[in-house]
Design a protein around this ligand. Structure first.
Ligand SMILES: [Zn+2]
Length: 647
């Protein structure tokens, strides 16, 4: 018993620390969180209280420090009623990391003791996690709308928390709302049959019809997976759904359900590779267009941007990706944001394995890896090829980890795992991943622990040529993880479909403003081939090979300016703006006001800013209220407006 305790403590401290939390999480850890939120959606305000069950894991403590970001803290107290004094400080002045809430305890607490405390606070429209939308900003325009986005370190804008992926806790919640302000509310948790004690009843209880909804998440999760959505929304099963559901505003629900009818099969394809789905049901929320990312894997409640709904199913890779997070990210989690590839690289790897099982198009997997590699390289160029943000281990000390958010943990992580698979062998690698999940279920780990597990697994399984494989695995490991820039080993994803897409863009360049003979090939391209073609046009625009007369001919033939598939449309606009095309500014501005997904708007803002800074700023100002705070902040950075926007 003593030996066990010692080894678990050694194990915990052997992991990398999280530099992006101010909490004293190595000494005390929250085991359960209860939230009670009274939503004032019209007034963009939440009256809140949070209750905790902290366990001391260090030798002793007399204070608890938590992360907060622009929360109004009113009181901190033990659940037996004793008020506790608190202070707020900012260890990094002028930092996006937020502030530290220090709660002075009534006495010294020792290892193993529990501390039950509560905090009364409020959230307002300054929150960088919650997007409060007016009814005019929604599709049905009948009720206001509210949604959260916590990854990476934004949960501190929802509640005082140990906002680090290293700490996992169960949570419950009571959400109180007016029936005139929301049709329904969902969280990243099951609906609870039990009702929880209400701490703060609405003051104007008699004047409105208040609804109460109760949630419970029994699986320990990191704080960044807490999520809420409220508004004029409905939940329906997808047509083939035994386990799968859709939430959206009612006007779009029929079209979305039709496009998502294969959700159950997606889940089964993932299970075929990695093993059973253990979370129960799976619900996808199609958010309003200002949702800042493609998808967010909140357990039991994935959020997605409506740009994934193209009408043709071409955007559904995002759905498979978010489902795959149920295993990698939500079951095994990175211990800090420097190890984000432990979430994202593994998830992309599983996503592509499942896509191959479901769609059976090997060329598509290779092309997606090439598209991913191109996006990754562009992000690396943005940071600088020698910046540690271009590595699989970015240092975000003193920063908001969102600053290092890029395609790199996704695609370099994917390539690293593909490389390891090529050494280990496909079957052994698949079995290893299943064993890895069983070993680290509900834990947070770092890349070194994965390396230890991989080598130990191969040794214990007695695989052929163990020592050669071990040598090859270790040979480049540190370069893969710590070296900035392109991976140390080149992986060849080339296919005939790639050549065909590149030949197609060359044919347009050669035709020099006329229609090339093979112009109709495009309509039979794989969706990934179309993306490769558009990526190649952008490259040609950068190297001045693409000219305006060719742009006009392509648009005449392929109608890309009117394209409804935003995955294609943003690449088209980025390419033509890079050429210097100002004739489609109206359509570009409309596009930038119709979607808030960072992957799509940031590259277009970059290209627009280079071509015409004033027009880029003017466009941003006219759509500023539409964007989620995370996207708004990033666009401000892209346009170089930081100084004029400090609040
Ligand atoms: Zn992901």
């Amino acid at each position: 018993m003593i030996l066990l305790v010692i080894s678990s403590i050694i194990c915990l401290h052997a992991y990398e620390i999280d530099v992006n939390t101010f909490s004293n999480y190595l000494d005390v850890q929250n085991r359960h969180l209860h939230l009670e939120w009274l939503l004032n959606m019209d007034k963009k305000y939440i009256n809140a209280s949070s209750s905790y069950s902290f366990q001391v894991v260090g030798r002793s403590i007399n204070k608890i420090s938590l992360d907060i970001y622009k929360l109004n803290i009113y009181s901190t107290y033990l659940q037996n009623g004793i008020l506790l004094p608190h202070t707020i400080d900012s260890p990094y002045a002028d930092s996006d990391q937020g502030q530290r809430l220090n709660i002075q305890l009534d006495r010294t607490y020792y290892r193993g003791e529990y501390i039950e405390l509560s905090i009364k606070y409020s959230i307002d429209s300054r929150s960088r996690s919650i997007s409060f939308m007016t009814k005019e900003q929604t599709s049905t325009k009948t009720m206001p709308y509210l949604f959260s986005q916590c990854e990476d370190a934004n949960c501190r804008a929802l509640a005082p928390l140990q906002d680090t992926p290293a700490i996992k806790q169960t949570y419950t919640a009571t959400i109180i709302y007016k029936d005139t302000e929301a049709q329904d509310v969902f969280m990243s948790a099951d609906e609870s049959k039990d009702q929880f004690k209400i701490l703060n009843k609405p003051l104007d209880e008699a004047n409105f019809n208040w609804k109460y909804k109760y949630f419970i998440q029994n699986v320990p999760i990191p704080s960044y997976l807490i999520a809420i959505v409220a508004g004029n929304i409905q939940k329906v099963p997808t047509s083939a759904g035994i386990r799968t559901f859709l939430v959206s505003e009612p006007d779009k629900i029929a079209a979305y359900t039709e496009e998502l009818k294969e959700m159950e099969q997606f889940l089964q394809a993932i299970e075929q590779y990695i093993g059973p789905y253990t979370w129960g049901t799976y619900t996808l929320v199609i958010q309003p267009p200002s949702f800042p990312i493609g998808g967010m894997e909140n357990p039991l409640l994935t959020f997605a941007n409506p740009s994934i709904m193209t009408g043709t199913g071409s955007g559904l890779a995002v759905t498979i990706h978010e489902m795959a997070h149920s295993w990698f990210g939500n079951t095994i989690t990175c211990v800090n944001w420097a190890n984000m590839w432990i979430n994202e690289g593994f998830t992309v790897f599983l996503e592509r394995k499942a896509s191959l099982i479901h769609y059976k198009i090997p060329d598509d997997i290779k092309l997606n890896a090439i598209i991913g590699n191109t996006s990754m390289y562009q992000d690396m160029l943005g940071y600088g090829l020698d910046s540690n943000f271009s590595s699989l281990h970015p240092d975000t000390t003193g920063l908001n980890p969102d600053d290092s958010f890029s395609e790199i943990p996704y695609e370099k992580g994917y390539q690293f795992l593909t490389y390891l698979e090529s050494i280990v062998g496909e079957v052994d690698f698949q079995n290893m991943l299943r064993a890895y999940l069983a070993q680290y279920k509900y834990q947070s780990i770092d890349q070194k622990e994965f390396q230890n597990f991989l080598l130990r697994y191969l040794y214990e399984q007695g695989v052929d040529d163990y020592s050669t494989k071990r040598y090859k695995i270790l040979e480049n490991w540190n370069k893969w993880v710590y070296s900035p820039g392109l991976p140390p080993v080149f992986l060849d994803f080339s296919t005939n479909k790639l050549t065909q897409a590149l030949d197609y863009s060359n044919a347009y360049i050669t035709a020099d403003g006329k229609q090339p003979p093979n112009w109709q090939d495009y309509k039979d391209f794989l969706h990934s081939q179309k993306q490769v073609f558009l990526e190649d046009l952008f490259k040609k625009a950068e190297s001045k090979l693409l000219k305006l007369n060719v742009v006009n001919q392509i648009d005449k033939d392929l109608k890309l300016t009117e394209e409804n598939d935003y995955e294609l449309k943003f690449r088209w606009f980025r390419a033509i703006l890079t050429v210097g095309d100002k004739s489609r500014f109206t359509q570009v501005a409309d596009f930038l006001g119709s979607v808030g997904r960072g992957k799509m708007v940031y590259p277009v803002y970059r290209a627009l800013n280079q071509l015409d800074h004033d027009f880029a700023v003017q466009t941003f100002r006219s759509h500023e209220a539409f964007y989620h705070p995370i996207a708004r902040n990033n666009i401000i950075n892209i346009l170089g407006l930081k100084d004029s926007f400090i609040q």
